[in-house]
Design a protein around this ligand. Structure first.
Ligand code: SF4
Length: 441
């Protein structure tokens, strides 16, 4: 029987020992990193779900590339190895691909980074996929079985709305947390965002197909936590109440990414909590720079805070996400955001550095201005490393200023304060209240 080996490499790396040390003490960092790392995995699980009966498969999500992994893959004697990685781990994926090819195996590379940099990736694998993998996957399998892999497989950008294969969640083994997509891309186009429209045009999954996935997950795990691996769950035109009904019926706890505007839809807010939603990650982005492409998400902070308070009053925590280091960031603005976050009503916060991922408008602009740092390779694109010349600070000033913000915002007292906010909010969450338990996702 022909066999395919799937390997996903984590997209989350904190490189610098000093930051790693700090990061290890920061609640939520590692967990969020794991969630990010699962995104490419979901892509491969979806391809596994499309395999014809004649094919067998295996799935690896290694913490690192080592001899043990290589030996395991070689022992499987696959007809093709499908590799997926995000930017921060792409160099590791290239290295793995080279090692596997040296052992006589054939590799196919895909994902966001490969789609943004196909010429770079082409020299590192037998074949690369540009765009979403699903439309070209049957052809790749047929070509691999015949020993006739092409160098490049280019997927159409416009896919059918109903074409959503069922991912093979069973390949993950027993896990407490699953990622599920209810949409691809985002109708907005923030200029730092690589996820919004690089792979394909925005589309939403029909509720019936989501029900099928949740049924599979709940048959595999008791009381699982679901991350909707969406870019902006409620930004499209679909009937959101149908989506929430499906989640409620599945009886799962879930969290997702959504922009703050859902807080101005009172009809949705009570349904959100009762559907099992415990947290929304909400990008407030930069306090000093208005990124092009943010559309209706761009508004005065007062209005945004009112919307976030409405979400939290409905029993759903908001993890407010901020980007440091945009145009106009100064020592003073870093102090300002520190003071703001120490006093803000958010149930949680995420603070990262602006990162010019390939394929984004931000990357293009900084490259044209020759501000990308030549000594910072892709493995620095972690969200925690400076990779470009800031306009109003030196690289070192931004690095040390970022660490200082983190040390205050994730200090013991600030962390304790946010935890209390979370507990107070979840007391109002009808679904969690019914369970009679405190819940910390
Ligand atoms: S709203 Fe979020 S997902 Fe949509 S383009 Fe902006 S950053 Fe990307």
């Amino acid at each position: 029987m022909p066999h395919v080996t799937f390997i996903t490499l984590s997209g989350f790396r904190v490189r610098e020992p000093e930051l790693l040390e700090l990061g290890m003490t920061l609640p939520g960092f590692e967990e969020r990193g794991r969630a990010l790392a699962e995104l490419p995995g979901l892509g491969l699980l979806t391809l596994a779900g499309m395999l014809p009966d004649a094919w067998t498969c295996s799935y690896h999500a290694p913490a690192e590339v080592n001899e043990e992994l290589l030996a395991a893959v070689v022992a499987e004697s696959p007809d093709v190895v499908a590799l997926s990685a995000l930017t921060a781990s792409i160099e590791e994926a290239y290295r793995l691909s080279t090692l596997l090819r040296q052992r006589g195996l054939r590799t196919v590379l895909g994902g966001l980074h490969v789609t943004a940099c196909p010429d770079e990736a082409r020299s590192q694998a037998d074949a690369v996929v540009i765009g979403s993998g699903e439309p070209v996957w049957p052809r790749i399998l047929a070509d691999a079985a015949a020993g006739l892999l092409q160098r490049v497989y280019r997927a159409p950008r416009q896919l059918h709305g109903s074409d959503w294969p069922l991912p093979r969640y069973d390949l993950l083994g027993p896990v407490a947390r699953y990622t599920v997509q209810t949409q691809r891309g985002c109708p907005l186009a923030c200029d730092f965002c690589g996820a919004s429209r690089l792979l394909e045009s925005f589309r939403e999954k029909p509720a019936g197909l989501l029900r099928r996935e949740l049924e599979m997950i709940t048959s595999l795990a008791f009381n699982p936590l679901i991350e909707l691996a969406d870019d902006n769950t409620f930004a499209g035109q679909r009937d959101a109440s149908e989506l929430l009904d499906v989640l409620r019926a599945a009886g799962v706890r879930w969290f997702s990414e959504s922009d703050w505007r859902i807080g101005e839809r009172p009809e949705m807010l009570s349904a959100l909590a009762s559907s099992g939603c415990v947290q929304l990650l909400t990008g407030l982005e930069s306090m000093v720079f208005r990124y092009p492409g943010m559309g209706g998400k761009q508004a005065e902070m007062e209005r945004i805070l009112d919307a976030i308070l409405a979400i939290q009053e409905a029993g759903v925590c908001v993890n407010a996400c901020f980007i440091l280091g945009a145009e106009g960031e100064t020592r003073q603005s870093l102090d300002r955001i520190t003071r703001f976050l120490l006093d803000a009503p958010f149930a949680d916060v995420q603070v990262t550095l602006q990162t010019p991922f390939p394929g984004t408008g931000l990357h293009k602009r900084l490259r044209q201005q020759q501000r990308l740092l030549p000594d910072r390779s892709w493995s620095h694109y972690t969200l925690f490393d400076v990779t470009y010349q800031p306009d109003s600070l030196s690289v070192q000033e931004l690095e040390s200023g970022f660490r200082e913000v983190l040390s205050h915002v994730f200090g013991a007292e600030a962390t304790r304060r946010r935890k209390q906010i979370r507990l107070d909010i979840w007391r109002n969450n009808s679904r969690l209240h019914k369970r009679g338990s405190h819940f910390e996702p």
